[in-house]
Design a protein around this ligand. Sequence first.
Ligand code: NAP
Length: 294
Amino acid sequence: MVVTKKIDGKAHAERLTAQVAAAAVALKAEVGIVPGLCAVLVGSDPASHVYVRSKSKAAVSAGIASFQENLPETASEAELLALIAKLNADDAVDGILVQLPLAKHIDPQRVIEAIDPAKDVDGFHAHNVGALWSGGKALVPCTPYGCLLLLRDTIGSLAGAEAVVIGRSNIVGKPMAALLLNEHCTVTLAHSRSRDLPGIVRRADIVVAAIGRPEFVRGDWLKPVAVIIDVGINRITPAGGKPKLVGDVAYEEAQGIAAAITPVPGGVGPMTIACLLRNTLIAACRRRGRPDPL
Ligand code: NAP
């Protein structure tokens, strides 16, 4: 039986954050630049405030200046667009992060497209989406880039691998498919209308699950020695037990079948924040015509 390796996303993220911090120190020493990340929060959603606080803490620990702009729940789309324009013009800000979801009266796509693509550290602007798919120089969405780093570290070269991505969101599934294609994988992008999902997954050397359904992918769907990246974060309360987080893949069932799998929590999640810091550092360098430090 295979001994399934646990892919330690927390340890990978700590290493990446340390690299970002070292590069930020060098940048400051060489040219006096401190990369700056500004989070924009609209409203008082407690989960959004928690996310922004942890991103801000991580930024400071990596030598990145952290700014925050808060608008009330009642702020209009025009007010938010005016704030984005102000941040676009502020040279101390290299990365702009608008915490989603936004209130219903604000069109998130219009807000994303208002961000200067050079400061779009989430990688959601059409300019960066296009650059990613056409092989150009993009700022790449943080979660799928974190998944790619974990895959490279676990497997080495991904060329020729059969990769199945489940979920086609703009945030995870689609950019993940583009990244795997750029690595020369044969990519299948599956979704809720895909027929015979277990059959599709059984072909995969690499499975990336980004669905948002607890333990949806079963152990008997997996090809032996496949590598599994579980993006899903689902809160469940087992009968008679305490609430806990689980992924989109049945983790215990994957043991003894998969070659390696990310746990939830402690897998993809920490990588997302580390990649945000990396993107901010890269944005600071590119905006000033400097080469990518990482
Ligand atoms: P999303 O926008 O809701 O997209 C979910 C995708 O799953 C959709 O493409 C949907 O297909 C597909 N899907 C739903 N039911 C399915 C089914 N029965 N069979 C096959 N595909 C199905 O979600 P997301 O933003 O990509 O996030 C996915 C999960 O990742 C969530 O649990 C989220 O919390 C987590 N997440 C984690 C991180 C992190 O840092 N770790 C970051 C982002 C997201 P259709 O398009 O056909 O509807």
